[in-house]
Design a protein around this ligand. Structure first.
Ligand SMILES: NC(=O)c1ccc[n+]([C@@H]2O[C@H](COP(=O)([O-])OP(=O)(O)OC[C@H]3O[C@@H](n4cnc5c(N)ncnc54)[C@H](O)[C@@H]3O)[C@@H](O)[C@H]2O)c1
Length: 254
């Protein structure tokens, strides 16, 4: 029987924050769909662990240390990916941080750090990959926002909500600018997903309470975000751009 070509075969992807959680699941799903994946994370050891999992599945990958909030670090990431794979077709801006601090107690440093990682980071990554995508007249950019960006965060503080709402604005502005180059830019907006970020910032009582309030009575799974990202990166999603797509078990319906 003829082997079917996988839908992202020949594509090269960057996933930031791919050392664990949603980013790792996205990297695995993109690799299963045939893409070569640069696993970028501020923690190189965890990026290497994800790359090792991909290696065991015989998927081409590259572990890269990056701080998405630093322009020079992001530029070095783009160079490393082009050196390794010769192209960049897909960028998933997933790296992010979340703090629960309330406004009157947020130190300016924590505010700025959250905005730099969650909003400036995706801007820098988009800026760094655009020349390559424009040259090939093809690209798929997916920004991992949150229900927080669509409404208000269940857990996070004002800095988290502001950064994720800003990311939706960046998504729309970038989508409008680059559509003529065959590049789509979309955002996914997860609800509460079962990762270290969710577990480390809540008590188990709180989690049980949240789950009881969701129409679909469980946390989301990182792999479910991965499946949505793969769809947005596929040919089937060529007419979707500038969109913010909810994936939250019905927790937020707008
Ligand atoms: N877990 C949830 O419930 C949830 C819900 C909505 C949105 N999100 C978003 O999904 C994304 C991933 O979340 P997660 O739950 O997997 O989080 P996580 O904390 O488990 O993983 C985040 C990853 O990002 C990396 N990272 C942090 N700062 C970085 C930086 N400056 N440069 C590069 N990498 C950096 C971390 O090392 C880590 O590997 C985040 O943007 C988060 O805001 C998560």
């Amino acid at each position: 029987m003829k082997k079917e070509r996988r839908e992202l075969e020949g594509r090269a992807a960057i996933v930031t924050g791919a050392g664990r959680g949603i980013g790792r699941a996205v990297a695995l799903k993109l690799a299963e769909a045939g893409a070569s994946v640069a696993v970028a994370d501020i923690e190189l050891a965890s990026a290497r662990q994800t790359a090792a999992i991909l290696g065991r599945k015989k998927a081409p990958s590259l572990a890269v240390a990056v701080d998405v909030s630093e322009e020079a670090s992001v530029a070095a990431l783009a160079r490393a990916v082009v050196d390794a794979f010769g192209r960049v077709d897909i960028l998933v801006n997933n790296a992010g941080v979340m703090f629960r601090t309330r406004i009157s107690r947020i130190p300016i440093g924590e505010w700025e750090n959250t905005l730099r990682i969650n909003l400036t980071g995706p801007f820098l990554c988009i800026k760094a990959v655009l020349p390559w995508m424009k040259k090939s007249l093809y690209g798929r950019i997916v920004n991992v926002s949150s229900s927080a960006g669509r409404s208000v965060s269940t857990l996070g503080g004002a800095h988290y909500t502001a950064s994720k709402a800003g990311l939706l604005g960046l998504t729309r502005a970038a989508a409008k600018e680059v559509a003529g180059y065959g590049i789509t830019v979309n955002a996914v907006c997860p609800g509460l997903i079962d990762t270290k970020m969710a577990r480390a910032t809540t008590t188990s009582d709180e989690l049980r309470g949240f789950i009881r309030s969701f129409p679909v009575k469980r946390l989301g799974r990182p792999e479910e975000i991965g499946d949505l990202v793969v769809f947005l990166c596929s040919e089937k999603a060529a007419y979707i751009t500038g969109a913010s797509i909810d994936i939250n078990g019905g927790d937020l319906m707008i």
